[in-house]
Design a protein around this ligand. Structure first.
Ligand SMILES: NC(=O)c1ccc[n+]([C@@H]2O[C@H](COP(=O)([O-])OP(=O)(O)OC[C@H]3O[C@@H](n4cnc5c(N)ncnc54)[C@H](OP(=O)(O)O)[C@@H]3O)[C@@H](O)[C@H]2O)c1
Length: 242
């Protein structure tokens, strides 16, 4: 039986590419993000594939639960969850306000926490599963002018490592993919439309394609990685090798 795979942040960038990579491998998909139009367009692209989209704001706990419920109702189980939904914010610490802090942490940290809570409950019922959370190079080191985002991604890595320990005996693996600069709308926003500014720092001399990150996610989520849990896998063209 094909795997049931849930992806948050599926409407764009890495989440979208991940949904398409899983579809190629015959997965049954449950996709969520806030933007309904992009979600519906993705379903159209997936054609006859067994895929569902539901409007989901991960900052709302009931939404994350409802997405898992959809997987259980329509496909009867949940095998894999990829938590890709996130927001970025640029600015100096002095200039950031409480609203920005709350908005970013609500989506990137609290949203991931509540999403995982619902996902774990469903996976336990099915006898196990695999969760892949999206961090960033900023999840383990500093990045200029992005303090709130960097702090949120450090939290993602801590949350994921702790969860990997708590869930290891329950046959639920939790891992992290930490992309370097990847050609998505987020990178475009962060670089004011000039991704080459970030790509220049990558030893391989280019930004990654979302599909390159997606294939690492698919591997970590798969049974090929059956003894891998609690790791952070950088997918960044050598950026953190030095
Ligand atoms: N691109 C990069 O260079 C890069 C580098 C390092 C890490 N990352 C990480 O990779 C992941 C994917 O980023 P990306 O580059 O693909 O960004 P993206 O193109 O901006 O996509 C982000 C996705 O998250 C969704 N999203 C945002 N807030 C949400 C919320 N509250 N609830 C539900 N969905 C929400 C967005 O859809 P809606 O707006 O429709 O909700 C969108 O589908 C993120 O975790 C990001 O931090 C990206």
């Amino acid at each position: 039986m094909s795997k049931v795979v849930l992806v948050t942040g599926a409407s764009s960038g890495i989440g979208r590419a991940t949904a398409l990579e899983f579809a190629k491998r015959g997965a049954r998909l449950v996709l969520g993000s806030r933007g309904e139009e992009a979600g519906t367009a993705l379903l159209k692209e997936l054609g006859d594939m067994p895929a569902l989209f539901q409007r989901t704001d991960v900052a709302i706990e009931a939404d994350t639960r409802a997405l898992v419920d959809l997987a259980l109702e329509r496909f009867g189980r949940l095998d894999v969850a990829v938590n890709s939904a996130a927001l970025e914010a640029r600015g100096s610490i002095e200039a950031f306000d409480e609203a920005t802090y709350t908005r970013v942490f609500d989506a990137n940290v609290e949203g991931m926490f509540f999403a995982m809570k619902a996902q774990i409950a469903a996976m336990r019922r099915g006898g196990g599963g695999s969760i892949v959370n999206l961090s960033s190079t900023g999840g383990s080191r500093g990045m200029p002018n992005m303090a709130i985002y960097v702090a949120s991604k450090h939290a993602v890595e801590g949350l994921s490592r702790a969860a990997a320990l708590d869930l290891a005996a329950s046959n639920i693996r939790v891992n992290v993919v930490a992309p370097g600069p990847t050609l998505t709308p987020m990178l475009s926003r962060v670089t004011d439309g000039h991704p080459e500014a970030f790509a220049r720092r990558v030893p391989m001399g280019r930004a990654g394609a979302p599909e390159e990150v997606a294939r690492a996610i698919v591997w970590l989520a798969s049974d090929e990685a059956s003894f891998v849990s609690g790791v952070v896998l950088p997918v960044n063209g050598g950026l953190t090798a030095a």
